[in-house]
Structure formats: C-alpha cells, structure tokens
Write a protein that binds this ligand. Structure first.
Ligand code: ADP
Ligand code: MG
Length: 422
C-alpha cells in the first residue's frame, strides 16, 4: 500500500483567538485551567445523559451502565433525543467518541465496576488506560479526582488514611485529626477511587488494598469512640464501611520500569482488562488528528495539520511499535513504546511549531526531529534503529514512487545531525 501522493500544501497558519470554555472556580478562585477534569470537559453530555437515561442504575451510580458505555464510546454520530416531557436546554445531543477501541472492553469494565471486584486496566503506556479510568469515574460518580498516583514512594497512608500531626498532638486520635486518603473518601462517599500505576507501589503497600476490596470496610483502630456523623461505627476502634457505589479502578503499564509484581491475593480482587493499541490505522490517524487539532485549539490556534503528513506519522509509529511495516517488512523496534499518546504529542508539536515558529520549510521537515525525540527516550542507541527504518521501509516506499516518502527519505541526514528536541 503506497502513501497518498497528495502534495503537502504549505499552509500559512491562521491564528484565531478562541476563548476556552469557562471552568469551575478552584479554591484559589482561578477558573482558567490547562486541563479541565473529565467531568468538567464533558459536563453537558453527562447532564444530558443523566436526564434522558432511564436504564437501571447500579446502587450509588449517577448513570445506568448503558449510558456510561455510551458516554465513553459515543453515540456513533447519532443524536440521542430527550423525551418531549423533559424541559432540557438541548432536545437532542450526539455523544462524542472519547475512546477509540473495543466496545466490548468498555462494557466489561462497566460490568466489573457494578460488581464486587475492582477493575485493573493493563496495557502498554499511552493506550488510554488513565483516560478510560477518568471517564468511567466521571460518568459513574461525577468525580474523577479521588486518585492516588502510584510511585515507589507511595505508603499505606496514601491508600488508607494519615493524620494531621498537629491536631493529633493537640487532641489525640480523633476524627478531625484523621486525614482520609482518596480511597477512604471514596468509601465514605460511595464513589470510585482511582489508583494510577498501582504496580509502581511496593508489593506490601499494594496489599493494603486487599482488605478494602474484599471486606469493603476499613478499620481505624486509633479511633476508639466512633462519631456517628463521621460514618464511623464504634466497636473495638472504628470502622468505615464503604457506601453503595464505591469501587476501584487501578491501572498498570505492561512495559515499564520500576514496577513490582502484584500479589496473588490482590490479583484475585481485581478483574483484569487489557487495553490494546488501536487496531486500525485509519481510526488511529483520525484520533491523532482530532486530538492534535483539539490541543492546538486549546492554545487558541486552529491549525490543520496536513492529512498526508499525519498518515505518514501514524504509519511510522505503527511500523516501529509493531516491528512490522504495513507492507509486512520487518522493522527493528526501538525500546521506547511508540504509543498513540506519543503520536498525538508529535502531531501537536508539529502543529505548534507551525503556529509559533512558522518558516518556509514544509511541515514534513519537522517530523524526523520529533520522531527521533520519541525514539531516544529509552535508549540513545536507538537512533540506529530509526536510521535503519529510514533505510528500510521508507526508502522502499520512496522507490515505489510515493512523493511524500521520497521527501522523508531526503530528510535522513537530519536524523544524523539533529539533536533530539527535549
Ligand atoms: N484508544 C484510544 N482512544 C482515545 N484516545 C487515545 C487512545 N489511545 C491513546 N489515546 C490518547 O493518548 C492519551 C494517553 O493516554 P493515557 O490515558 O495517559 O495512557 P496510559 O494511561 O495508558 O498510559 C490519551 O489521553 C489520548 O489522548
Ligand atoms: Mg496512565
């Protein structure tokens, strides 16, 4: 299959200042945010779905399971209609596709969260595990912020509770001195707790989740006399019982450094779902274009990145990611995961470079430098692998006469000379 021979037109960047949608005030009173929360970004869709959705809702959920699935995979371009009797600002709405991938996977995730096991999303970095987890939480309980970012430094306190030591010294162990973790707060509220990169936590810390997930309660032995308002029942210390709607979504990268094996006991408390890279090149290209365009618009620039260039970019990522080109030729895989997320970021950088540093070069000329930047993230020696890709798949496509690949081939020396962009 040869790349489209469409000339890469030299677009003069049109800059239009588009004001980003106003977001809720945070506690400093600021409204502008670089990345609004999923529940803010999609507030309109969530409100519309909640109003028109009459399906059965699991206890404590804001939407039915069907509506949660629709929220994540979209309504396939179809407008959902509000019953006439509802006085909604919008009578119909197309729900946007947020996750490009397997609907059955999203359905299994939703069913798991309606049950009594946690959900563990595994997969290579950049396959949208965190994005899915954020969207699920936003749809199910209205907040995606009850999150613990797992690191080697995560302690049990981060997953269970800590203390405000000033209050502890002043008043002894009391509910006011207790600092609930996002997990404890999720239990108290009947919400979804999220643990990002759970396998980065030390195994003994990970295991703090075992009793929470199986017993759905958390004992706080330090608190002797429970205070009913605090949902703490008093018997031999105090116990927090998870409210209906509580559950947990954890994520773990398959290919990553500094991760610890999960114990069998903890594995048994989760249903595992593997999130694969996007199977179809057209879908991945459309997604990369949509997200790069959205990223440009967030900074007030609505620049089109050329489709032929985008397709070449995504094809290069897929070839290097899978170790086999679309034509079936063997390709040396670099150590870095050539994820969709990285492809989105390269496309965005190319667009931003055009917007902020326009010059008379073709936008394609910036691709090798950004690609090299990604490839060298893990293994500096991988420059050789990218050069081998140029000498293999790219030069063969150029031989076949594909103009764009010919242009890319001519840019080989930039790989040799170019310092990777930081
Ligand atoms: N299948 C997909 N559908 C939609 N967006 C995706 C997909 N795969 C990757 N992305 C994009 O890549 C980004 C990376 O996602 P992230 O959730 O941080 O990945 P992970 O947690 O798996 O490392 C997402 O925010 C999204 O922009
Ligand atoms: Mg992640």
């Amino acid at each position: 299959m040869t790349a489209k021979k469409k000339a890469t037109k030299k677009a003069t960047p049109k800059r239009k200042t588009t004001k980003a949608a106003p977001t809720a005030q945070d506690d400093t009173g600021a409204t502008e945010r670089q990345v609004p929360l999923a529940e803010e970004r999609h507030a309109e869709e969530l409100a519309f779905l909640a109003a028109v959705d009459d399906g059965p809702r699991p206890p404590g959920w804001r939407l039915s399971a069907r509506a949660v699935v629709t929220f994540i995979i979209g309504s396939d371009g179809e407008a959902l209609r509000a019953p006439a009797k509802l006085a909604l600002p919008k009578k119909q709405m197309v729900i946007s596709q947020k996750f490009v991938g397997d609907q059955a996977l999203v359905e299994r995730c939703v069913v798991t969260l309606a049950g009594e096991r946690g959900l563990l999303l595994v997969g290579e970095p950049g396959t949208a595990k965190s994005m899915i987890s954020e969207l699920l939480a936003a749809a199910i309980c209205g907040t995606s912020t009850l999150t613990v970012q797992g690191t080697a430094g995560t302690t049990e306190e981060h997953l269970r509770y800590g203390w405000n030591y000033a209050l502890l010294i002043a008043r002894g162990p009391c509910p006011e001195a207790l600092v609930p973790s996002p997990v404890l707060r999720a239990m108290q509220q009947g919400s979804i707790a999220r643990i990002e990169e759970v396998t980065r936590c030390l195994p003994e810390v990970q295991d703090a989740l075992v009793s929470i997930l199986s017993d759905r309660r958390l004992a706080i032995p330090e608190l002797v006399d429970g205070d009913p308002d605090q949902n703490l029942e008093s018997n031999a210390g105090s116990t927090v019982f998870a409210r209906p709607g509580f559950n947990m979504i954890a994520s773990a990268n398959l290919r990553d450094r500094g991760v610890s094996e999960m114990s069998a006991a903890l594995k048994r408390r989760f249903n595992f779902e593997t999130v694969e890279p996007i199977a179809n090149i057209a879908m991945e290209t459309a997604l990369v274009k949509q997200q790069a365009t959205a990223a440009l618009q967030r900074v007030g620039s609505d620049l089109e990145v050329d489709d032929a260039v985008l397709e070449a970019l995504v094809m290069a990522f897929r070839d290097l990611r899978s170790g086999r080109s679309v034509e079936g030729w063997a390709v040396e895989r670099p150590g870095t995961v050539m994820s969709t997320a990285e492809a989105v970021s390269v496309a965005t950088s190319m667009g931003l470079q055009q917007a902020y540093l326009p010059d008379d070069r073709d936008v394609l000329a910036t691709l090798p430098g950004y690609l090299l930047g990604v490839v060298l993230k893990d293994e500096p020696k991988d420059r050789g692998r990218l050069l081998a890709y140029w000498d293999g798949a790219i030069s063969r496509r150029a031989e076949d006469g594909a103009r764009l690949w010919k242009q890319l081939l001519e840019l080989r020396q930039t790989l040799e000379e170019t310092q990777p962009s930081a």
